[in-house]
Design a binder for this molecule. Structure first.
Ligand code: SF4
Length: 499
């Protein structure tokens, strides 16, 4: 009899080695590693989600006739060794792990690997595409890849042309949130005995609020959340994609990334549901296109980039950022910065912040402050319900912090308080800081640090035409010395948890 080893982020009967497996010929192995549980300062909901989803998946496979060996072991290798001692499988097969360390480990342990088909573009095919599309400076552009995916996969295509005549409707998706935006309905699941058992046995040191049933811990529950998103949130998702509202932690985002990243949903079925909504008139094109771009464009792009550029990419730090993660992000200090406090509340309550909070609040702050990007990768990976190395590493190093010097983004995603104010409601208006002020005790830290950042990195960024306008403005500031002095104070206070 064979063994199919299923890893904790491959929880789907219809992918990889499980796809063709026959319960009469294969048993299933699931290992929980103590070393992994003890390796980081995890958010409680992150660990609860993964461990509960693994146990529900084991039960689902048993219902389908499989014998399942669930093991807790000091390490993954020890778990496999104990399984081999107990069952003596003829061979052990697994789908390729989602990260490099896992891949190397399973190869070392003599596990037969089958291709990872949890994505729509295997990373080998991405590498082939990248070889043809890499620009002279070594960069790759998501938009090029996205159009290639659209043509190849056929999403939102009318013949050879994009539906509606435009490939990218981002320009329609920057609505400033009004006072009429109410959060869409969000399904939750009542916690049961299994949830409580997992919670009772989490390792010491986890932090954050206990789960409230927001996150799907089975495929069945994930499918309910997909349907609800498509029916109730998708129609306004596009227009509000970049918006933030104080107290509305989910906005109109899908909240499906955790289910996709654990394998409970496949990207094809998610995109099919969204395209169907557009074709039936239930969702506008800007919403469907913006969502499908996130999945077949950005998500698959970062997956491909992860395999193409790591391991060397892991250490990039082009802006020489060496500050430690500030206490406010580590959960060790409060803050008067309303936008940061609201985002941290969302993280504490749900192990989640939506895309624009991650990019324009968290990543913006750490980039402006010069926090070491590798610390940010680790923190986000341990903190967010959808945290995985393959997704966090390119998103943080490439898009969030410009640590790769522009291989993924044409310019750093940094802004002053003015942009945060423009795209939010209830942040700057209720903040102790003044978004328009650069100097003084009340100056918005984002605004002060923004001008200091540009001045600090002039040698690296000054010739980038995408920030030429900002440098022209910087050159007209008559108080730059005072701004830079205030920036030094702001950074001291950030380090001390006093902002
Ligand atoms: Fe954030 Fe500055 Fe606005 Fe306060 S004033 S909410 S710190 S951007």
């Amino acid at each position: 009899m064979d063994t199919v080893w299923v890893l904790g982020d491959q929880l789907n009967r219809d992918v990889g080695a499980l796809k063709g497996a026959d319960p009469a010929a294969s048993r299933v192995l699931l290992v929980t590693s103590d070393a992994k549980l003890g390796s980081l300062r995890w958010h409680r909901q992150r660990l609860h989600l993964v461990l509960t989803a693994m146990r529900r998946f084991a039960a689902e496979l048993r219902d389908r006739g499989f014998e399942v060996d669930e093991r807790r072991a000091p390490t993954m290798a020890a778990g496999l060794a104990a399984h081999r001692d107990r069952f003596g499988p003829d061979r052990v097969v697994a789908m390729e792990p989602m990260n490099r360390c896992g891949h190397a480990l399973l190869e070392r342990l003599g596990v037969e690997l089958v291709d990872n088909d949890q994505f729509l573009c295997h990373y080998r095919d991405f590498a082939t595409w990248a070889a043809e599309h890499e620009r002279a400076d070594g960069s790759l552009r998501m938009e090029d890849f996205y159009r290639w995916q659209r043509r190849r996969l056929g999403y939102l295509m009318d013949g050879d042309e994009p539906a509606g005549g435009r490939w990218n409707l981002d320009a329609d998706n920057r609505e400033r949130p009004g006072t009429d935006v109410a959060p869409p309905r969000r399904p939750t699941s009542r916690l049961d005995e299994l949830d409580r058992d997992v919670l009772a046995h989490l390792p010491d040191g986890v932090w954050g609020a206990a789960p409230d049933g927001t996150w799907a811990t089975s495929r069945r529950r994930a499918l309910v959340r997909l349907r609800t998103f498509v029916d109730e949130a998708l129609p306004r998702f596009g227009a509000l994609q970049d918006a933030m509202i104080a107290g509305q932690w989910q906005m109109h985002h899908s909240l499906l990334s955790h289910a996709l990243n654990l394998g409970m949903l496949h990207p094809a079925e998610v995109c099919d549901a969204v395209e169907d909504a557009y074709r039936s008139g239930a969702a506008p094109l800007n919403a469907a296109e913006g969502f499908i771009r996130q999945i077949i464009g950005w998500r698959e792009f970062v997956w491909g980039v992860y395999w193409l550029w790591t391991p060397a990419y892991r250490d990039v730090n082009e802006l020489a950022a060496h500050r430690d993660l500030p206490p406010v992000l580590a959960g060790d200090a409060d803050t008067s910065m309303r936008c940061v406090a609201d985002t941290m509340r969302s993280i504490d309550d749900h192990a989640y912040a939506h895309h624009i909070q991650r990019l324009m609040v968290l990543a913006n702050l750490v980039t402006l402050a010069g926090v070491r990007p590798q610390q940010v990768v680790e923190w986000m990976g341990a903190t967010f319900v959808d945290g995985s190395e393959w997704v966090m590493l390119p998103n943080v190093l490439g898009m969030g912090t410009y640590a790769d010097g522009g291989r993924m983004s044409t310019k750093p995603y940094v802004s002053s308080g003015a942009y945060i104010d423009r795209m939010s409601r209830g942040y700057c208006s209720d903040c102790r800081y003044d978004r328009t002020a650069r100097v003084g005790d009340d100056a918005c830290p984002f605004t002060t640090l923004y001008w200091d950042f540009l001045a600090r990195h002039r040698a690296r960024l000054g010739s980038n035409h995408r920030v030429a306008r900002q440098y022209a403005t910087l050159d007209r500031l008559d108080d730059l010395d005072a701004v830079r002095a205030r920036a030094a104070e702001v950074l001291d206070r950030l380090d001390g948890g006093l902002l």
